[in-house]
Ligand binder design. Structure first.
Ligand code: NDP
Ligand code: 2IT
Length: 459
């Protein structure tokens, strides 16, 4: 029987159990479509494990994992530069503290709602379990849109947001960090307000500036880690990223450092994007061009379309994503569901055989099926982008020990952690000579969390 056929046979026997479970989840959380998508994928992967172990069934591990331990929702009021009062929604979803303090980023984007944050917090629990560090899982954020806002407006928003959040976080309770729309500038404003309100200087946030408690290499970690993971996947075929052509989506934190590491390791990156469109540069986005992009996005806060005016030979595709551009490797590094089924087919048809997800859940469930059926090297976000939270974990350890590790030291630890995540995915995801990294990541992460749940009793 082929791998695909055996996968489908196994799936058909567990599918009714998954469906019954999902009916309960959907009834309890109507309309939270991204959350349902994330839960369904995990349930499909781990249902055989749950069926094989009475202790998991008795402890109702799956039913418990989909209910957050705590959810905080709050009103965030601030004034814009014109003096007008603005109102936003703030959230923190504390999903699981089985393996350590709640840990996960804050997202500021108009699309943020409870369902989006529950999907991200759920993914985070599994991702953090894979890192080998002692981290629980959570996520938070706001529907605040930082685009076009002055530094003063962003600061006032962050201060108001933290005035609500500070009661619920702390270095041994819940440690937020950055995500979409939250980078070094926002972490600075958030930390300042946390310090003022609590009268404490502690590691309650990660992604801090290195000058006041941040870890070397935290900004780079997610992108670098995603490339290390791609290299590990490629090594199973005796290959590496060197000499390959890559497409990258996004032009924010994760995308920038993905491009940087790909360049360093000898690959050629031909695309970057933002929510308005994609730039294609057949000559490659080399180190000099990337430095220009970093200045554009991080300092001038401009749009990626400007790249095509700046560099000869580059083209801007308004309203398009990068997936129709032929490549060997793809690094979706923008947002959820940015690869739809047809995009996945186009990628595979054009010869792409390795996808490493810097973003969280960037591939639609149907797109994931296309990648698995084509048996390409497909690294799901919770494995491939775990380098960011892993270095956040190292930042927590450095803060707790009042010490700082060198760039080289952190990079070596990041590589070791990404290797171990890869090994774990292979150990749990091997199917007749093919590695199903989706099942591997979900199962490896689940076993650790589920065992802790059984061992820690019915709480
Ligand atoms: P940034 O805010 O730095 O950058 C986000 C990028 O994605 C921007 O280019 C943005 O374009 C684009 N983008 C955002 N929303 C959309 C959308 N709806 N459609 C198309 N493009 C969009 O965020 P990060 O780089 O930190 O995060 C990118 C992804 O990586 C997210 O999925 C995040 O959850 C994930 N991630 C981040 C980690 C981290 O350490 N920062 C760790 C692990 C995962 P525009 O400017 O137009 O909004
Ligand atoms: O999705 C993620 O893993 C992040 N946004 C980083 C979380 C963290 O705590 O560093």
């Amino acid at each position: 029987m082929s791998v695909t056929a055996s996968r489908r046979t196994e799936e058909s026997s567990i599918e009714p159990l998954v469906e019954a479970f999902m009916q309960r989840v959907v009834a309890q959380s109507p309309g939270e479509v991204e959350f349902h998508q994330a839960v369904r994928e995990v349930a499909r992967s781990v249902m055989p494990l749950v069926q094989s172990k009475k202790a998991y069934r008795d402890a109702k591990v799956l039913d418990r994992l989909v209910v957050p331990e705590n959810v905080y929702m709050f009103r965030v009021v601030w004034t814009d530069d014109a003096g007008e009062v603005r109102v936003n929604r703030g959230y923190r979803v504390q999903m699981s503290s089985l393996l350590g303090p709640y840990k996960g980023g804050l997202r500021f984007h108009p699309s943020v709602n409870l369902g989006v944050l529950k999907f991200l917090a759920f993914e985070q629990v599994f991702k953090n379990s894979l890192t080998t560090l002692l981290l629980g899982g959570g996520k938070g954020g706001s529907d605040f849109d930082p685009k076009g806002r002055s530094d003063g407006e962003v600061m006032r928003f962050c201060q108001s947001f933290m005035s609500c959040l500070f009661r619920h976080i702390g270095s041994e309770i819940d440690v937020p960090a950055g995500d979409i729309g939250v980078g070094g500038r926002e972490i600075g404003f958030l930390f300042g307000q946390y310090r003022k309100l609590t009268h404490r200087f502690d590691g309650a946030l990660t992604g801090k500036n290195v000058a006041w408690g941040g870890s070397n290499l935290r900004p780079e970690a997610t992108g670098y880690g995603s490339v290390y993971f791609a290299n590990d996947m490629l090594s199973t075929r005796g290959e590496s990223v060197k000499g390959k052509t890559a497409t990258v989506s996004g032009s924010g934190n994760v995308a920038q450092y993905t491009v940087e590491k790909l360049n360093t390791l000898g690959a050629k990156v031909v695309t970057m994007s933002d929510s308005n469109g994609t730039i294609v540069d057949p000559d490659g986005i080399d180190a000099e061009k990337l430095a220009w992009v970093m200045e554009l996005k991080n300092v001038r806060r401009g749009r990626i379309s400007e790249y095509a005016n700046q560099f000869r030979g580059a083209q801007y595709l308004p309203g398009k994503r990068p997936w129709a551009v032929p490549c060997d490797l793809a690094f979706p590094s923008a947002t959820q569901n940015e690869i739809e089924e047809e995009d996945a087919r186009t990628l595979v048809r054009n010869g792409c055989y390795c996808v490493s997800e810097g973003a969280n859940m960037p591939s639609h469930a149907d797109a994931v099926e296309v990648f698995l059926d084509a048996k390409i090297l497909y690294g799901p976000g919770k494995a491939a982008n775990a380098g960011g939270v892993a270095v956040s974990g190292l930042e927590m350890n450095q803060n707790a020990g009042c010490m700082r590790r060198s760039r080289e030291d952190v990079d070596a630890q990041l590589k070791t952690i990404m290797h171990s995540i890869h090994e774990n995915c292979v150990a749990y995801g091997r199917e007749n000579g093919f590695v199903n990294y989706v099942n591997g990541a979900n199962a490896a992460a689940f076993v650790k969390v589920a065992d802790a749940m059984v061992q820690q009793g019915y709480v």
